[in-house]
Design a protein around this ligand. Sequence first.
Ligand code: DAH
Length: 334
Amino acid sequence: MTDREQIEKQLREAQAQAEADFAAADSPQTLYEAKTKYLGKKGAVKAILRGLGGLSAEERPLIGQIANEVADALEIVYDARLDVLKRSESEAKLAQDSIDVSFPGTWPVRGARHPLALMLEEIEEFFYSMGYDIAEGPEIEQEWYNFDALNIPADHPARDMQDTFWMKNGGVLRTHTSPVQIRYMQSHQPPLRMIAPGRVYRCDSDVTHSPMFTQVEGLVVGEDVSFRHLIGTLEALLKHVFEDSIEIRLRPSFFPFTEPSAEVDLRRAGGDWMEVLGCGMVNPAVFESAGYDSSKVTGFAFGLGIERFAMIKYGIRDIRLFYENDVRFLRQFR
Ligand code: DAH
C-alpha cells in the first residue's frame, strides 16, 4: 500500500467510525462532542492530514480533496442526526408536561339574572307583545309633573315632607311613575298604549318598603276605552305573571288621577287575598293637564310595584334582599 492509499484508508475509516459515533450519540451534547472528536482542530481528520509530510506535491491536493469530501459528508450526517435528537428531546419534554385531560377543572362562576330584572322582563314582554310602547321619564321630576298635573292638590298628604324626597330647588325624586303619563301624552296623540317602568323614591323603609323601588305605570287612551278593557288587561297580565289558577278581585279605592279607582287583589287556592296594584279610569282633569280634550277621549291607567310582584311570585319576605346583592340569594334565580 502506498502512503497515499494508507492515508485515504485512514480517512475512510475515520469517516465510518465518526458516522457510527454520531448514530450512537443520544443527545445534542454528546453528538457535538463526537463531532469535535473527528472534525475539531485537534480532531482525528486533522491529525491524519498532518501526516501528509511524506506525500508528493501531486498527491497532497488529492488527499486534501478526499479529506474535504469526508468532512462535508460528516457535516451532513451530523446535521441530520442533530435534527432527530432535537426533535425527540422536545417530544420527551412535551410528554412530560402534557395536559391531563381527566384532571378535574375549576368551573367559572356563572351569574344569574336579578329577580327584579326577570320580573320586569316578564311584564315588558307581556305588554310589548300586545303593542304597548315602553316609555321612560326622569327620576328627578318637577313638582308639577309629579303632583299638580296628576290632580294631586297642594294639601295632599303625598306632598308631605314625610313621604317625598324634595330637592333644594323645588324638584322631587319622583314618588311614582305616574308623571310619565303626562309627559307621554304631551308628546303623543291618542289612541295610545304605553307602559313606563322605572325607579321611584319615598321616605319609607321597613321589610316591605324601600326608599327606592321600581314601578311599572300603564296608560291606554282612545275613543272608547272602558273599565272592561282595564279589567281584561289586568286579569291577563296577572295570569301571565302568576298562575292561571289565581283569583282576582277589585276593591273600590281612591287616587286623585283616576275616577273611578280600584285596587286589585289576587288569591291563590287556599291562600289569602293580597293587594297587588292600583288602577282606574283616567280622571278628565289629568287629560286637561296633558293638553287633551277630555270630552273626546277616555282611558285607563294602572301602577304596580315590581318588588311586590316578585315578593309574591318567589315567596320573598324582606324587600331589602333585592338590593343587598348577596350571592346566596341571587343564585337561586338561575
Ligand atoms: N301612582 C300610584 C302609586 O304610586 C299607583 C297608581 C294607582 C298608578 C292607580 C296609576 C293608577 O296609574 O291608575 O301609588
